[in-house]
Design a protein around this ligand. Sequence first.
Ligand SMILES: [Zn+2]
Length: 298
Amino acid sequence: MKVCYSDRYAVPLPEAHPFPMAKYRLVRDRLLAEGTITHWHLTEPTLANDEDILLVHHEDYWFRCVRGELTPLEIRRIGFPWSEALVRRSRASTQGTIVAARAALKDGLASNLAGGTHHAYPDHGEGYCVLNDIAIAARVLQRDGLAERIVVIDCDVHQGNGTAAIFRDDPTVFTFSIHGEKNFPARKEQSRQDVHLPNGVGDEDYLAILRRHVGQILDNFKPDFVFYQAGVDPFERDRLGKLKLTIDGLKRRDESVIGACRERDLPVVTTMGGGYGKDIYDTVEAHCNTVRTALSLF
Ligand SMILES: [Zn+2]
């Protein structure tokens, strides 16, 4: 199983910035230190090229982003200060999902230790998302004749609004999002299927709802490829989450989703998504569990 990681996933941020940029390296280091993965598993992605990116994003937006010509409002909406490193991060983490997708076709499963930037739209970014890596990787697979019917299972606590909008009128890509109703984005898009959860939902209720939906979607839509956005911000001590899943509950969630793909022999890519634990080591532990679960099931 391939695990994609690059030092380019992290960019320097102002000191008081709330985004836990250190998590990428910490997750990789922990997985290596405990022996869950070795250097044999790790693949460093190069940078996604413009041709692939433009399968989803508008030329005007993307090239202005590359040149540092986004407006202050556009940059504020993304939530990161613009830098050349930010452009490289966005390309690298997108390429990580593309490389993982190709590897999953061969091995059944692969992980990107970044990505899941599901708030990015074709013509703008928001919520710490510049490029929609899953949408781009899905389009790359379809263009190259490697997959036809794709499901996106988005378990981040925030709705996958960009992904939903991108595939709104596309019958070949099924978008599923299970998220907090009272959370960002305030104005939700319509995914093919949404579950809007009230604040405070805990492990058992969440898992029962999730299992029912995932099984039905995979059996009815009959995809040939699955992307799993495994955001860990539904965690009970997340600064943004408002739900009450435990670390163990998140792990059982990963087991449900990855296991459902495994049972049906469906290739699956995991991407990281959000995670804003009050203690960054909780966030790291929960992200590590996604990879541990993947390796144990495959
Ligand atoms: Zn999130």
